[in-house]
Ligand binder design. Structure first.
Ligand code: CAA
Length: 285
């Protein structure tokens, strides 16, 4: 099945990135948000990302204009009515995601593939909120979406071969490499990342080393581009907690118990870069 028009539900860090790379690859894109302020913020983020490319001479101003021209912002899911693929990139809340999938099932044509960008949640739970579970899969991007080269394609027990092939072809058209994972909590990357991150936070809480030294150790000793605490700030502490909780709920493995200090950070609104404070302070950047 040929995908021409792509819908993205949610225009936050991930949804905005997905809308951007899809439009850059030549797809028509509809990006939705729940209110005008968030929509403006999301589209503004895409624009400033593209502007950086123009300023660095990697993109012509007219290319940027063409890419922005392919992205239509909306506040209503009715505008997904002619999309061939819709990717849900809302917050990590299963009840909300089920509602979104049930709604998308109503407003999109029968052929439309419905995907979730969830980091860790059960795709089959979302699929069963629709009457087309064979056309539902996980298409999981990484942050920052324009930079990260991987997409996890997640197959449930109900996803058809055609849907998987269409998801893989879409990812390839974006210039990304795919891996195929079963629909288990955290798929591949977040199952590994969560234990690394939770271990690093526990070590910090136990005073094994400073946060800077833990991050430097992983950066220089393991050659990761950034340490796990800085990465938690990039991903969002609330998102990290939601992912680690999902893993614990599924596997009951103590390595996936959320370190208590991380939960406190969520309560306090220290969510990382997006709120200006997480493990590190970003208020002056
Ligand atoms: N959007 C678009 N482009 C961005 C970007 C963003 N948010 N952040 C950085 N970039 C680009 C910059 O344009 C820059 O390129 P130029 O200098 O040529 O313009 C390039 O990336 C490098 O950026 P910087 O020089 O500012 O900084 P850096 O070299 O330290 O790289 C980084 C920044 C790309 C974020 C790098 O540190 C990195 O790869 N970190 C690890 C990221 C990672 O592990 N992501 C996965 C998170 S887990 C996840 O996403 C899964 C989940 O479900 C939660």
């Amino acid at each position: 099945m040929e995908i021409k028009k792509v819908g993205v539900v949610g225009c936050g860090i991930m949804g905005g990135g997905i809308a951007q790379v899809a439009a850059q690859a030549g797809f028509e894109v509809v990006a939705s948000e729940i209110n005008e302020t968030l929509l403006k913020k999301g589209l503004g983020g895409i624009e400033s990302n593209l502007k950086r490319n123009v300023e660095k001479g990697r993109m012509k101003p007219e290319e940027m204009a063409a890419i922005m021209g392919r992205i239509k912002g909306t506040l209503t899911t009715k505008d997904f009515g002619d999309c061939d693929l819709v990717i849900e990139a809302a917050v990590e809340n299963m009840e909300l995601k089920k509602k979104i999938f049930a709604d998308l099932d109503q407003v999109t044509p029968k052929h439309t593939i419905l995907a979730s960008n969830t980091s860790s949640m059960s795709i089959i739970d979302m699929a069963m909120a629709t009457k087309r579970p064979d056309k539902v899969l996980g298409i999981h991007f990484f942050n920052p979406v324009p930079v990260m080269r991987l997409i996890e394609i997640v197959r449930t027990i109900a996803t058809s071969d055609e849907t998987i092939a269409a998801g893989q072809a879409f990812a390839k058209a974006l210039g990304k490499t795919t891996v195929l994972a079963k629909d288990t909590a955290g798929f591949i990357v977040n199952r590994i990342l969560s234990s690394l991150m939770a271990t690093a936070v526990r070590m910090y809480e136990n005073g094994v080393a400073s946060k800077e030294d833990i991050d430097t150790a992983v950066q220089l000793g393991l050659n990761h581009p950034m340490g796990p605490l800085a990465l938690a700030d990039l991903v969002g502490i609330d998102t990290c907690v939601a992912i680690i909780d999902t893993l614990y709920n599924e596997f009951k493995d103590p390595q996936y118990i959320v370190p208590p200090g991380m939960r406190d950070m969520v309560t306090a609104g220290y969510l990382g870069r997006k709120t200006g404070k997480g493990f590190y302070d970003y208020s002056k950047q």
